[in-house]
Design a protein around this ligand. Structure first.
Ligand SMILES: *Cc1c(COP(=O)(O)O)cnc(C)c1O
Length: 422
């Protein structure tokens, strides 16, 4: 079955809301979704997250809850934890964080006191808000010091990171980010963290699926703590996990509950368990490898069309495009591409002379299109659409955007998306 999906109870109770859901389903079916943090969760994941497990309160952890009636919930959480440990090869997993940001906040709570120094990549360089950036609680409650990438290479300069870390002596160092097109050198970060006595946190929110599928090196031998969302390349429900060696298990669990959160979202825990089961299948390895192969092919096609890519290309699922040479601001391009049925986000590029709300770049990625089954043979067409869209954005050519939108919808119709089909 494909669209329209039926939501009989929702439609009967609240047709207004049901119509919005149906419209969103249609939008996700028809468009080329290139936002690298997004994906299509499977029908099984969606079903698990819509279950009555959400009716249950379960503050605490399996076997030590503050509410009775946990016969099933304890098993659900134990299953999710065991699957996370097996998939990533870790000694401890906490599957309760509501999302990536609270997961990171729990890490600070576990390992730093308010006012102490923490270190992460600067937001405009590709880091995440929660890595100590000023407008985030993590940058106001802690003293955030920030590293970046080199202007000439677009890569992290480990001499600079080491120098900063030894000078500032952070309690916690975050590596990872939201706009990093290159492989993260966890070993290099680990060496620096060891030198200055910091806890190293690998925030692999974007690349957890690639790690699980063997398409990016694992942080497990190097990082003290691994933080990840479950809804990006991992293709699960919106949620997060914290993983670590046994020595940090207690501190992390205590920080998540009762330190930061109340009752876990059991329906999400269930859906995480399903996603981890899916990620343990051989087909998930193929998906992860294809995500990277598609991104590389797309980067090559974009370079061939004269686009400027930060760091010159990609090793993972993500491409950061600097549109300065095309003389089209990122926001103008993103909005035009949206009208052409290609969904991207505008993004700062390192050393961006423009403002964060009106930056020079756009950020794209291949997880969603790969989940639909598109392969490297389609990347020339995708690059061509982006090229035509950006050119049309600069020229105010709405007709081309409309034409591209129809072409995109035609290809998308041939590749039904997981979650939107049964
Ligand atoms: C997405 C992301 C987060 C935050 O996740 P939310 O679920 O949006 O709170 C944290 N860190 C990194 C690196 C991310 O990419």
């Amino acid at each position: 079955m494909t669209l329209p999906l039926s939501h009989p109870a929702l439609t009967a109770t609240d047709p207004e809301l049901a119509a919005l859901v149906a419209a969103e389903e249609q939008l996700q079916a028809d468009t080329l979704r290139l936002i690298p943090s997004e994906n299509y969760a499977s029908r099984a994941v969606l079903e698990a997250s819509g279950t009555v497990l959400q009716n249950k309160y379960s503050e605490g952890y399996p076997g030590r809850r503050y509410y009775e009636g946990q016969q099933n919930i304890d098993q659900v959480e134990r299953l999710a934890v065991a699957r996370a440990m097996a998939l990533f090869g870790v000694e401890h997993a906490n599957v309760q964080p509501y999302s990536g940001s609270p997961a990171n906040l729990a890490v600070y709570l576990a390992f730093a006191e308010p006012g102490e120094t923490v270190m992460g990549m600067a937001l405009p360089m590709g880091g995440h808000l929660t890595h100590g950036w000023g407008v985030s609680a993590t940058g106001t409650w802690f003293r955030g010091v920030q590293y970046g990438v080199r202007q000439d290479t677009g890569l992290v300069d480990f001499d600079e990171v080491r120098e900063l870390a030894l000078k500032e002596r952070p309690k916690v160092i975050f590596c990872g980010g939201t706009a990093l097109p290159r492989t993260i050198d966890f070993a290099a970060f680990a060496e620096i963290a060891r030198e200055c006595g910091a806890v190293l946190v690998a925030d692999v929110a974007h690349i957890a699926g690639l790690i699980a599928g063997g398409a990016h090196p694992s942080p497990v031998p190097h990082a003290d703590v691994i933080s990840t969302t479950t809804h990006k390349t991992l293709r699960g429900p919106r949620g997060a996990m914290l993983m670590s060696r046994e020595e940090h298990a207690k501190a992390i669990d205590k920080a998540v509950f009762p330190g930061l959160q109340g009752g876990p979202h059991n329906q999400t825990t269930a859906a995480i368990a399903v996603a981890l089961h899916e990620a343990a299948q051989p087909s998930f390895r193929d998906y992860a490898q294809s995500v990277v192969a598609n991104a590389r092919a797309l980067a090559d096609e974009l370079l061939a069309r004269g686009f400027d890519l930060v760091s010159g290309g990609t090793d993972n699922h993500l491409i950061l495009m600097d549109l300065t040479p095309k003389e089209v601001p990122g926001k103008v391009a993103a909005k035009a591409l949206d009208r052409a049925g290609i969904v991207v986000n505008y993004n700062t590029v390192p050393y961006d002379p423009r403002k964060p709300f009106d930056p020079s770049g756009i950020r794209i990625g291949t997880p969603s299109l790969t989940s639909r089954g598109l392969g490297t043979e389609h990347m020339a067409a995708v690059a061509e659409w982006i090229d035509r869209g950006v050119t049309a954005a600069g020229a105010g050519d709405e007709e081309t955007l409309t034409t591209v939108r129809a072409e995109v919808a035609e290809l998308m119709a041939a590749y039904p998306a997981p979650g939107l089909t049964i």
